[in-house]
Design a protein around this ligand. Structure first.
Ligand SMILES: NC(=O)c1ccc[n+]([C@@H]2O[C@H](COP(=O)([O-])OP(=O)(O)OC[C@H]3O[C@@H](n4cnc5c(N)ncnc54)[C@H](O)[C@@H]3O)[C@@H](O)[C@H]2O)c1
Length: 251
């Protein structure tokens, strides 16, 4: 890797939501290792274990009013600026539509879409005067492709892709790039609330991709770091597929 890549986020300040686990945790570690200052936010208090010089933590539910304002204020207070927002936190409910309650639906939408909207809005307010910034949304191959029993999650990831494109159009003139990643199977804790062995399911499901395996969270973190960097200067409103080829095959 070139020195430019290693130093690409040095001294930049990032917010990462859903930082206690999986992709968010790997992203926090990678950005910090490359010299960024990170505010790591999660509803799970385990996020506090990431605190160290250069990493501040916030225990908060991203779907609740006020959490976006608090995390942006923390970035400014602790590190003096904000350059990068990674909207990564998400929830999933595993039920057929006929069994899904309004509460199930809204619980998923509140985090996966509304939380990303609120955080993007508050981050953009401080990025616009600086005429620079990068927002990266962790979307999914479920932004485009459907899976039975996770309708709310699929709808939320489709909405996140459209939020990405619309926000990219609004913010491009302010020097802020907004992009997303269409992640495929990644071995994380995402499914732990809905099955006994979530990481094991994702590992097995990933074998259906042309690449023959699921990703490690660090592989997605690399793409987030790239999209956050000036090397991605021509990416505007893209949903970059990183799914081991899952979405390009017909089976
Ligand atoms: N794992 C996969 O196969 C996969 C595939 C495609 C996309 N994704 C996306 O990757 C992102 C990260 O998920 P992951 O796979 O690392 O899962 P994960 O469960 O390991 O991590 C998600 C984190 O988000 C946090 N979180 C959930 N709701 C929150 C809320 N309301 N407020 C604050 N924090 C909240 C959780 O506590 C957890 O720490 C999600 O957007 C997910 O949809 C994952």
């Amino acid at each position: 890797m070139s020195n430019k890549a290693v130093n690409e986020v040095k001294d930049k300040v990032a917010i990462v939501t859903g930082a206690a686990s999986g992709i968010g945790r790997a992203t926090t570690e990678l950005l910090h290792a490359r010299g960024a200052k990170v505010v790591a936010e999660d509803i799970n208090p385990e996020v506090e274990g990431l605190a160290r010089p250069g990493v501040a933590t916030l225990v908060a539910d991203i779907s609740q009013d006020g959490s976006a304002e608090r995390v942006v204020a923390l970035a400014l207070e602790r590190f003096g600026r904000l350059d990068i927002l990674v909207n990564n936190a998400a929830r999933i409910v595993y039920k057929p539509v006929v069994e899904m309650t309004r509460e199930d639906w809204e619980w998923v939408m509140a985090t996966n879409v509304t939380g990303a909207f609120l955080h993007s809005r508050e981050a953009a307010k401080v990025m616009i005067p600086n005429k620079s910034g990068a927002i990266i949304n962790v979307a999914s191959y479920a932004s485009y492709f459907a899976f039975p029993t996770i309708a709310a999650y699929c709808a939320s990831k489709g909405a996140l892709a459209q939020l990405t494109r619309t926000l990219a159009l609004e913010l491009a003139e302010h020097g802020i790039r907004v992009n997303a990643i269409g992640a495929g199977d990644v071995i994380t804790n995402l499914l732990n609330d809905i099955m006994d062995d979530g990481p094991g399911f994702l590992r097995e499901h990933g074998k259906g991709a042309p690449i023959g395996r699921a990703a490690q969270p660090e592989e997605i973190a690399e793409i987030i770091a790239f999209l956050a960097s000036d090397r991605a200067s021509f990416f505007v409103g893209s949903v970059v597929m990183a799914d081991g080829g899952y979405s390009v095959q017909i089976k």
